[in-house]
Design a protein around this ligand. Structure first.
Ligand code: FRU
Length: 605
């Protein structure tokens, strides 16, 4: 068998928009015949004796999704949606056959094709090109794949999920499609890192079941065995997205590597359609767990002694902040306010600060409620808003007037931001998904789609009687600095010391450029990507994003990684994250009104 597989090699003809230098995917294996049935259905039989590791399915990104049923020994085992290639093969995706070995596997496919302007049934290129193979080529074929940001090895990624830190390892799960580079078939895939820069792929951790796809959620480490799955079990809570959205639990007794869905799922239901993205945490103040959930236009807050039985405590949000889209992916956490004098406390318009339960009087905390919203962002589409206030384990009270809206990042590509559970030394470390639902599925990459932001650490600062969240690159980013260089490279950090207003222009020889402007009088910082390279893949892509700076800026830190630019000021008052797709890397910078120092970044790959 091995021999037959290895002699039959073909190369998938890749027509990748905007990636003319893309390598081809090598596809090995032997063809397997699909049989045409009536009514646009196809059937394929993989025998119990088959030893190949993968069934490789040919995909065309812009084709409609075909619906595939994986039937094992006459039982429906899995439903998957795959954009089976009609005219051209963009790439292949693997169905891993290990778990079906020794069983009859029947794949029954239904095409969803409007036949009015298509060839007759059977004209699709996919059916003659399905293969059985021992290998699946996941070599990177994208020149836009970032070097020091987290990306999936192949396939589609959106929200970061279930992030936690334990014993020196950062765990990141994420919304993942194993069967294509567009959104669909939501699984949680898992990556781990010891430095927030180098990520190891740990494979799929939670796959869809009869309750539905696995939407976003969170993980905690249940040190006290409150849920009964063992002390130190990792508990995941996620949204099961089937005909309705409900919340389900899964547990891991091997540190987050594999999960078992709880037999009593779903554990939380409601009579509303948008009911998702559970985020749970231990709260010493009530000696119990809290949970925050996005429900349409508001957040619901729950408590539980055991992570399974949840009692609704309160709701927050109606009339507060921005409501131009659906509220999603919440988070709720305390942040310490450092070294506040009593005078400063008085200055906060008499607003009461809550002392934490520790006796240390200098440790005062405010609570931050994170609410990702889509659409409704300041420049269209997705963005992360937040509220600062107090939380007693039962009710969140916002400090600001209802009409006040605060954004965590003022770029267009910063969404689904949530924090790591259990980060060391009381750090509040977050990751965002670096894209925007307005065009995420059309971004000009194909072998993989989407990256996470660099890790950021949050704090608090005050301006005009209001508390704001400060956003700074996590300290780990300093370790990524390599040698100093004179000009920008495709993966670098640029530190610009400012003397007042400044203009920073990044450019390449093709005349493509990104212009960043700090206006010291208006106290704004902006980034113009209208001429940054390929901006044509979506009307919503070309834009200039503008942020208030909350005071004078002294220094900017600008992180460039092939297709992203993340700008921060030294005090964490401004964060701005934007994607760019230049036809060649920006290799020159002109700074008017400041001085730039540039470090090449070490690749995390
Ligand atoms: C946010 C989101 C979540 C949902 C997930 C599905 O980007 O819409 O609300 O759980 O994506 O992939």
């Amino acid at each position: 068998m091995k021999k037959i597989l290895s002699v039959m090699t073909l190369v998938a003809a890749l027509a990748v928009a905007g990636t003319s230098q893309a390598m081809a995917q090598t596809v090995q294996g032997k063809p397997i015949r699909a049989e045409q049935l009536a009514n646009d259905n196809w059937l394929l039989h993989v025998s119990p004796q088959e030893t190949a590791k993968y069934l490789l399915l040919p995909v065309e990104d812009k084709a409609p999704e075909a619906h595939l049923k994986l039937i094992v020994d006459n039982q429906l085992c899995r439903n998957i949606d795959v954009r089976m290639a009609l005219h051209k093969i963009d790439y292949y995706v693997p169905v891993v056959l290990d778990e079906f070995r020794g069983h009859n596997l029947v794949v029954q496919a239904h095409m969803n094709i409007d036949r009015s302007n298509r060839g007759g049934v059977g004209s699709e290129i996919c059916w003659a090109n399905i293969r059985l193979s021992d290998t699946f080529d996941q070599t990177n074929r994208e020149r836009f794949r970032p070097l020091y940001h987290h990306t999936p090895v192949y396939g589609w990624m959106n929200d970061p999920n279930g992030m936690f830190y334990k014993d020196g390892t950062w765990h990141l799960f994420y919304q993942y499609n194993p069967y294509g580079s567009m959104w669909g078939n939501m699984n949680w895939r898992h990556s781990t890192s010891r430095d927030l820069l180098t990520w190891n792929d740990e494979g799929v951790a939670i796959a869809p079941d009869a309750h539905g796809a696995i939407f976003s959620g969170s993980c905690v480490v249940d040190e006290k065995n409150t849920a009964g799955f063992g002390a130190g079990a990792v508990i995941a809570l996620y949204t099961s997205a089937g005909d309705v959205q409900s919340q389900s639990l899964a547990y891991s007794t091997d540190g987050g590597r594999t999960f078992t869905p709880y037999a009593g799922n779903p554990i939380l239901t409601a009579d509303v359609p948008d009911f998702r993205d559970p985020n749970m945490f231990w709260n010493d103040d009530i000696n119990a767990w809290n949970l925050i959930l996005a429900v349409g236009q508001e957040m619901r807050i729950y408590s539980s002694p055991n992570l399974k039985d949840w009692k609704e405590e309160s709701r927050f949000g109606l009339g507060y902040g921005n409501h131009d889209g659906v509220w999603e992916c919440p988070d709720l956490f305390p942040l310490p306010v450092d070294k506040l004098t009593s005078k400063q406390v008085d200055k906060l318009n008499g607003k009461q600060l809550v002392n934490s339960s520790t006796n240390n009087s200098s440790t005062i905390t405010k609570w931050v409620l994170v609410c990702n919203i889509n659409p409704g962002g300041p420049f269209g589409g997705s963005a992360t808003q937040y509220f600062v206030g107090d939380f007693d384990g039962h009710k969140f009270t916002c400090d600001s007037a209802p009409q006040v809206t605060k954004w965590m990042d003022w770029g267009k590509d910063h969404y689904a931001t949530v924090s790591f559970w259990g980060a060391p030394k009381d750090r509040r470390t977050v990751l965002a998904w670096m894209s925007n639902w307005q065009y995420a599925n059309d971004a000009p990459t194909m072998q993989y789609r989407s990256a996470n932001s660099i890790a950021r650490d949050l704090g608090l600062f005050q301006d005009g009687g209001e508390w704001y969240v400060s956003v700074k690159p996590s300290p780990e980013m300093l370790a990524a600095r390599g040698k100093k260089v004179k000009s920008p490279t495709e993966a670098c950090e640029m530190v610009v010391d400012l003397k007042g207003s400044a203009t920073i222009t990044l450019a390449n020889a093709k005349g493509e450029k990104v212009v960043m402007t700090y206006d010291d009088d208006a106290r704004t910082f902006s980034m113009d990507r209208t001429q940054s390279g390929n901006v044509a893949f979506s009307e919503a892509f070309p834009c200039t994003t503008v942020a208030p700076t909350h005071g004078r800026l002294k220094q900017l830190r600008i992180f460039i990684d092939r297709c992203s630019i993340e700008a921060f000021d030294a005090d964490g008052h401004v964060a701005m994250t934007n994607l760019v797709f230049p036809s060649e890397p920006y290799n020159s910078v002109k700074v008017k009104g400041g001085k730039a120092t540039i470090w090449e970044m070490k690749s995390g790959k």
